[in-house]
Design a protein around this ligand. Structure first.
Ligand code: UTP
Length: 467
């Protein structure tokens, strides 16, 4: 580590001397942490990113000819159902052999939700208030039990939530997992800068930094030793999922099966968009290269284009659920040259000894996105899932994609499972069930599993908890 004098000189030479303005007034502990942050600063990276921002390059590749990627749609015909059954068999075999790992990216800042603490500790159980981490953990344990195997769980955190995440698991007996089957590791952080390219002080003892985006997971998986651990265990395939969607099917055997059948490197799940402008990415060929075009980068014409049957051409929305081969991560992860995406944000900053939360955007965060690895694949599949089965994200404190909408969607899914088993559940005009329903993954992973477990006396006119 460089000395304070060396660092201060270096910062002054690079136009960042303001970081040291109050250095002598800081406590020894504050000086120590600030110096550690300063030591990690890469000035050429900052200069390049600032130039990128000034040039108007947001990190997205826009333009070119866009063609939607082919999709394995929900099976309708007997032939499609047969293909699904074949894929299921392949995925189940891989599960039985212990070749799948669960990988949760939970390093985000969750700023839209505004919840203090790791987002995974947010309570979404309609009746039990079960946390997002619990939902995921129960599902992984249930699937491992079903296939008489162990599914190791890798959890990526970041600087701001690592300690709290690990503590949550320690305090909750690792949610029933064997401690050796859960591995936590941190993704990298990068500095945030203001609109003049200056570093920002987040507090007396720290620079403002942000996690390097979910794309940072590819590097972090390698650097942390997670990939080496997977290889030691015989894991070949990573089931990648986000923290905020309790309906996500982790280690989905059908998805894994389709992915494995063609030796794919990174595959994606999509759903039928609810409306043309829905805020989901589009998996496309852009001038022949597989890529994800974000909703904000899809031009108006393509966004509304319809085929001869009136169906949206870009009907498929990515829900950020992937299968990724261990070999692929090993190959690209150590050297993943993913583009940096630029986002203007409200970044809290130190003013004197006060930390100010600005009302307006005052700086820039740079992030990489995991789906930007798709252009590096030689083989990939895209599979459709049913929205009501797999998508209930918690992004916001209220309204759309909130805990409230998530609880309703969970209840709706469980109602559909009960209906498959012949029960009747009352719904309102919008199709939402009127009672709250919660079924633990430990009771049933899907409608078929639930069928044999419904108590004969079940009263569907009241809240239903099966756990
Ligand atoms: P989001 O894009 O929803 O971001 O992350 P976020 O940070 O959780 O929330 P906002 O945008 O600040 O409100 C999608 C998933 O990717 C993870 C998140 O934890 C979440 O599971 N993620 C995001 C990371 O693991 N690291 C990152 O740097 C960013």
């Amino acid at each position: 580590m460089s000395t304070r004098e060396d660092l201060q000189n270096l910062f002054e030479e690079n136009g960042q001397g303001h970081v040291f303005a109050d250095f002598d007034s800081l406590s020894a502990a504050e000086q120590e942490t600030l110096l550690a942050d300063c030591n990690a600063v890469d000035f050429s990276w900052i200069a390049t990113r600032f130039e990128q921002y000034k040039s108007g390059d947001t990190g997205a590749t826009i333009g070119g000819e866009l063609v939607p990627a082919p999709v394995i749609t929900l099976p309708q015909t007997d032939a499609e159902k047969k293909k699904e059954a074949d894929a299921l068999a392949v995925g189940e075999e891989a599960l039985r052999k212990g070749q799948l790992a669960a990988f949760l990216v939970a390093g985000g800042q969750g700023s839209r939700l505004g919840f203090e603490g790791p987002k995974g500790c947010y309570e979404v159980g309609p009746l039990t208030g079960k946390t997002l981490f619990q939902w995921h953990g129960e599902q992984i344990l249930a699937r491992a039990k079903k296939y008489n195997t162990t599914i190791p769980w890798y959890i990526m955190t970041s600087r701001t939530n690592h300690a709290d995440t690990v503590k949550y698991f320690e305090d909750n007996n690792y949610l029933g997992f064997n401690k050796k089957d859960i591995m936590f590791f941190q993704q990298a952080v990068v500095p945030s800068i203001d609109f003049e390219g200056k570093l920002i002080r987040a507090s007396r003892g720290t620079l403002a930094v942000n996690p390097d985006g979910h794309g940072g997971s590819l590097t972090a998986l390698v650097k942390s030793g997670a990939i080496a651990d997977m290889k030691k265990r015989g894991v070949t395939t990573i089931s990648y999922f986000q923290v905020d969607n309790p309906l996500t099917t982790i280690c989905d055997p059908v998805f894994a099966g389709y992915h494995l059948q063609v030796g794919a490197e990174m595959s994606s799940k999509i759903l039928n968009k609810a409306y043309p402008e829905e805020k989901v990415g589009h998996i496309c060929y852009q001038d022949g290269t597989l890529t994800v075009i974000e909703y904000s980068d899809l031009d108006e014409k393509n966004m509304h284009a319809r085929d001869e049957n009136g169906k949206l051409v870009f009907w498929a929305g990515s829900i950020a659920i992937h299968m990724i081969s261990v070999d692929f991560v090993e190959q690209v992860g150590g050297n993943a040259r993913l583009p940096w995406h630029v986002a203007k944000k409200k970044i809290p900053f130190l003013n004197g000894s006060e930390i100010v939360k600005p009302a307006d955007n005052n700086g820039i965060k740079f992030e990489t996105f995991v789906f930007d690895a798709l252009p590096m694949t030689k083989s990939s599949i895209t599979m459709e899932v049913a929205r009501e089965e797999e998508f209930a994200p918690v992004k916001n404190a209220t309204g759309v994609d909130s805990a409230e909408s998530c609880r309703q969607l969970l209840s709706n899914r469980f109602a559909a499972w009960l209906e498959t088993a012949g029960k009747t559940v009352a719904k309102d005009a919008d199709g939402n069930v009127k009672v709250m329903i919660e079924i633990s993954p430990l009771v049933a992973l899907d409608a078929d599993e639930l069928a044999g477990k419904i108590p004969a006396s079940l009263d569907t006119g009241k809240d239903i908890l099966l756990s």
